[in-house]
Design a binder for this molecule. Structure first.
Ligand SMILES: N[C@@H](CCC(=O)N[C@@H](CS)C(=O)NCC(=O)O)C(=O)O
Length: 237
């Protein structure tokens, strides 16, 4: 059976990481059995020093997109074969916007902003013994802020990052409109990616200006709730 290395459920979400959530939803939608291994301490041993990665026997596959490609080939899944070429191209670019831009607003809201950082610190590092519980979170926060700065989002003020996130939420809300899924009645891989990124804001039990801004869009809240309830009903909403 496939082993999925993840951070684990957190803040009412199926995983603290939207990239892990994406793989978990893909596995659930396609009814692929797997064993989940939550071990944040082993992140350093991950092939790309990031979660998710999977083990399939001796094969290791890291990166959510590559995992989905690998599993699609193995299980002969063609989730997007019904999309037109134009829809497929738009889906690709929207998903890149979500994962390469909106995602960094999420990281900023959790790791940079002082309103949410204490909750993140206590969740990931609270059970460590003293003095690790003071030193490790400091180092981890410093490292994450360096990555956010390297990516570019970290150069902005909190208000500017919030404005960037708000524009993405509004655009996604407009595109989704009152459809069940982004391209109509049927789920595509864009819905999997959109669920993973959006639910990290709409369904998180963390109250901050970014999550509150996402929750103003009723259709995005309903979309993420519906999917979480359909595939992960054990998580309370
Ligand atoms: N492109 C990767 C991104 C994965 C990623 O950024 N994972 C983050 C969590 S959301 C991570 O493991 N971060 C740990 C670190 O950078 O130390 C994917 O699609 O899987």
């Amino acid at each position: 059976m496939i082993k999925l290395h993840s951070f684990g459920e957190a803040f009412g979400l199926i995983d603290a990481s939207p990239f892990v959530a994406k793989v978990k939803l893909f596995l659930a939608v396609h009814e692929i059995d797997y064993q989940e291994i939550n071990d944040v301490m082993s992140l350093g041993k991950a092939p790309k020093q990031k979660f998710p990665y999977i083990e399939d026997g001796k094969t290791l596959v890291a990166d959510s997109e590559m995992i989905i490609e690998y599993l699609s080939k193995k299980h002969l899944i063609e989730m997007d074969s019904w999309l037109t070429d134009e829809q497929g191209a738009s889906a690709h670019l929207i998903s890149k916007s979500l994962e390469e831009n909106l995602y960094w607003c999420l990281v900023y809201s959790r790791w940079v902003n002082d309103d949410t950082w204490p909750i993140i610190r206590s969740h990931f590092f609270g059970s460590m013994p003293f003095p690790l519980n003071t030193l490790i979170p400091l180092l981890a926060r410093k490292g994450t802020i360096k990555r956010i700065e390297g990516q570019g989002m970290g150069a902005h003020t909190a208000d500017q990052v919030l404005a960037i996130a708000k524009r993405s939420f509004a655009s996604l809300s407009t595109i989704l409109a009152d459809k069940p899924f982004f391209f109509g009645d049927k789920m595509s891989s864009l819905d999997i990616i959109a669920f993973a990124q959006l639910s990290s804001f709409t369904l998180a039990t963390l109250s901050n200006p970014t999550n509150d801004a996402a929750r103003k869009h009723q259709n995005l809240v309903a979309f993420t709730k519906r999917i979480q309830q359909s595939y992960f009903s054990e998580l309370s909403l």
